[in-house]
Design a protein around this ligand. Sequence first.
Ligand SMILES: [Zn+2]
Length: 380
Amino acid sequence: MTDHVLVFDTTLRDGEQSPGVHLSLAEKLEIGRQLVLLGVDILEAGFPISSPGDFESVHTLSKELKGVTICGLTRARAKDIEVAAEALKPAERRRIHTGLGVSENHLQHKLRMSREEALEVGVAAVKCARQFTDDVEYFMEDSGRADLEYVYRVVEAVINAGATTINVPDTTGFTYPNEYFKLIQGIIEHVPNSDKAIFSCHCHNDLGMATANTLAGVIAGARQVEVTVNGIGERAGNTSLEEVVMALYIRKDKFALGTKIDTTQLLPTSRLVSKLTGMVVQRNKAVVGANAYAHSSGIHQDGVLKERSTYEIIDPKLVGAEKSEIILTARSGRHGLKHRLAEIGYNFTDERFEEIYDAFLVMADSRREVDEDGLRELVQ
Ligand SMILES: [Zn+2]
């Protein structure tokens, strides 16, 4: 087990499946270039057989992007795999991501196959994919609700067939961190050839636990995380790239693991993806939300102005933000007001400042925020 966690970005595949999102080829290429700058290890560019447009974008990204592994998704069918291999042909490094459901629910209702049949189909798909690349990832859809003994058998069989990465998706966002930890730990402990593959966390955020589950998987020994920028994706979304990367970084003391991500590119990447997908980032979103480094209460402002670490665990510069922000509201105090006034060039005697502070409180009670224009108005 290494101390490096691979970042597998699926913004352009799972993320693009968000209801209401559609990216043009030019937009996918722009995001792809930014993801390379950000330093993702593997970029899932699309699902080549799903449409001519998807084929084209996987093909174009394979041709244009260097220094990254390009991945294409397939079902466990020879035709899908051949088409994906064709789309990925120009890539410097290519990965085929194939697989099948493993839960009783998916086997019965979706695939209508017995366990044995599904196992054979999966093994055949891996062997087929290995004809085109030695980098094959196998996904076990709905692992979060599957029978563990069956999951162990599938993992052993597909590793023997040549899979090098095993994706353990909590497709429906159903598990909680302790369960997901045990799932990954159980696989690594019980499957005899588990040392021959890297295990990957792919979580969804239906119960708001995608980041926690992913990190639990990493603690259990997974060394790849499947994530999207801003956590976009089907329904409530996928695991958010920036949250996992910053958790590993800020809590190095706990994880002792690193990624190849240039954290100063996190905010520029978040903004680009938000702009091109039209998916607005909630203001209080962890790491990249507009309020993530903003302080409005008097006690917090006073603390941060004396020493940033009193109320901030992430230096905003680390994620590419300019600086912490002091937002003036009716909850703000003298220290914050004095600071903002000084920023725009005003310094007053104590007596004069008290007058301005009283006027500020009256103004702040009637508006959401006292901005720079409001401050000038006060001083006049
Ligand atoms: Zn997914």
